[in-house]
Design a binder for this molecule. Structure first.
Ligand code: HEM
Ligand code: HEM
Length: 134
């Protein structure tokens, strides 16, 4: 245990915020690697994947985690739990299907829709949770 563990380890930071920060930083790293690979290779086929890894993964997941850290009571709600489950389930499905689709696998298209709908339902639950808490 180092001094840097302190702000996140105690129960004052809700588990949902920690899940979101962990997931968001994984997406941050994955998006950076893909960005560098695209820039180095000059092949931008997967730029939609890169953009949404960063924007729906790093930015949106991270931002919602920050909201849960700021409003721990909100993080205890069922809506918040549904958000975290659906967002973290739908996003990898959407990104994997989008990667396959952009790489020429047309059959992957429904997977993009399923992942996008799950993620969007999750973000709808997040929106309701915020409005209830305000
Ligand atoms: C090492 C860091 C990064 C590298 C090397 C990188 C590289 C790239 C490249 C090569 C493209 C395609 C550009 C083109 O089509 O001409 C791109 C697009 C994009 N990047 Fe990054 N990027 C980086 C970080 C980020 C970050 C941190 C974000 C957001 C938080 C981001 C968001 C986007 C978006 C939204 C697009 C446009 C996607 C689209 O048009 O569908 N990138 N990036
Ligand atoms: C489930 C949610 C989402 C879906 C289904 C979705 C879908 C799309 C689609 C179909 C495109 C056009 C891709 C193309 O032309 O190649 C796009 C582009 C883009 N999206 Fe999303 N998106 C979602 C969420 C978001 C979020 C949350 C952000 C920002 C925080 C975002 C930022 C962008 C940006 C910056 C572009 C590129 C625009 C451009 O280059 O003209 N998207 N998205």
């Amino acid at each position: 245990m180092t001094q840097f563990d302190a702000p996140f380890r105690p129960t004052c930071v809700p588990a949902l915020a920690r899940i979101q920060f962990r997931a968001a930083t994984c997406y941050l790293m994955a998006g950076l690697v893909l960005g560098i690979v695209m820039a180095a290779s000059g092949d931008f086929t997967l730029k939609g994947v890169h953009g949404h890894i960063h924007l729906l993964g790093w930015v949106t997941l991270g931002l919602t985690g920050a909201v849960y850290a700021l409003a721990p009571d909100m993080a205890k709600s069922g809506l918040a739990r549904w958000h975290v489950i659906l967002h973290n389930l739908g996003l990898p499905i959407m990104l994997a299907a989008l990667t396959a689709y952009l790489s020429g696998v047309a059959a992957a298209e429904p997977g993009i829709a399923i992942g996008a709908i799950l993620s969007s339902l999750g973000l709808g639950a997040f929106t309701l949770a915020i409005w209830r808490a305000l």
